[in-house]
Design a protein around this ligand. Structure first.
Ligand SMILES: *[C@@H]1O[C@H](CO)[C@@H](O)[C@H](O)[C@H]1NC(C)=O
Ligand SMILES: *[C@@H]1O[C@H](CO)[C@@H](O)[C@H](O)[C@H]1NC(C)=O
Ligand SMILES: *[C@@H]1O[C@H](CO)[C@@H](O)[C@H](O)[C@H]1NC(C)=O
Ligand SMILES: *[C@@H]1O[C@H](CO)[C@@H](O)[C@H](O)[C@H]1NC(C)=O
Length: 241
């Protein structure tokens, strides 16, 4: 009895979880990615002819089609196109404030179709920077701050002969001091609307004077000191004789 009750409850909980999960899947919006200044089309999967259509951005109307008349609402006036046959909504000249959830409403649609629009900056450039520490060489792959509105959507890919480049999805990669400095290191960054690639040779990390500090500074310091001492001695000798 007791174990049956327990099993029944467990089964009930499992079923409830399953239903909740199915429910949340069908309510979830379809992600759509588009670049700033470009256009996007939402395509509702639907087969019955429409009699009227309303597209909404959250609670706000985008465009309405009723009695064969179109009415667009700010800030979408002159920036949207609605095809009443397919229900397709196209938005032109996308700005970051268009990023939101969109939904089509019509008596002909039984289950709601929602889209979540991500408006993404194309990656304009990549910079590879090396940092020398006592233990290792760190190569960082960076994109301009301005292009980084969706850090979660960035994908990093490294290519070099060393093991640490394989399956590495971090924005930086480490090399120990015994590495082969002649190897070429390539970083590729992509988001849903663009891809950029850049590469350096590990040896170039040592060509940058601001990074190649420790040994060269000490060497420079010693040289200056030596020159001062020698010239001091020479001057002293000159004064003496
Ligand atoms: C989008 O267009 C505006 C105005 O034409 C321009 O200033 C901006 O650089 C463009 N942005 C992108 C990512 O193309
Ligand atoms: C509606 O949009 C989809 C996806 O962009 C496209 O494949 C389809 O051709 C469009 N249909 C019409 C009638 O514009
Ligand atoms: C997009 O904006 C530019 C100016 O910023 C304008 O010339 C162009 O006509 C617009 N495109 C659309 C489809 O509205
Ligand atoms: C390389 O050096 C950095 C900074 O000193 C450290 O955080 C990192 O763990 C090191 N990585 C390896 C593989 O030695």
């Amino acid at each position: 009895m007791v174990s049956w009750g327990g099993a029944g409850r467990t089964l009930g909980v499992l079923l409830l979880n399953l239903l909740l999960r199915l429910g949340s899947i069908s309510c979830d919006s379809i992600p759509v990615y588009a670049a700033v200044n470009k256009s996007v089309t939402f395509h509702p999967s639907h087969h019955m002819p429409f009699k009227e259509i309303l597209w909404k951005k959250q609670k706000n109307k985008v465009i309405e089609w009723e009695n064969s008349e179109f009415k667009a609402f700010p800030p979408f006036i002159d920036r949207v196109h609605l095809d009443p046959v397919s229900g397709n909504l196209t938005i032109f000249n996308l700005t970051s404030s268009d990023e939101d959830e969109y939904e089509i409403e019509s008596p002909s649609i039984t289950s709601p179709t929602k889209f979540f629009l991500y408006v993404i900056e194309p990656i304009s450039s990549l910079t590879l920077t090396c940092i020398l520490t006592d233990q290792n060489i760190t190569v960082q792959c960076e994109i301009p701050e301005h292009d980084n509105s969706h850090p979660g959507l960035l994908k990093y890919l490294w290519d070099c002969p060393s093991e640490q480049c394989k399956d590495n999805s971090a924005s930086e990669v480490y090399f120990d001091m015994e590495s082969d400095y002649s190897q070429k290191i390539q970083c590729t960054v992509s988001n849903e609307v663009s891809t950029k690639t850049s590469s350096i040779t590990l040896a170039t990390c040592f060509g940058n004077p601001s990074i190649y500090f420790s040994r060269s500074r000490i060497f420079l310091g010693l040289t200056v000191l030596f020159v001062l001492i020698v010239s001091g001695i020479l001057l002293g000798m000159y004064a003496f004789f």
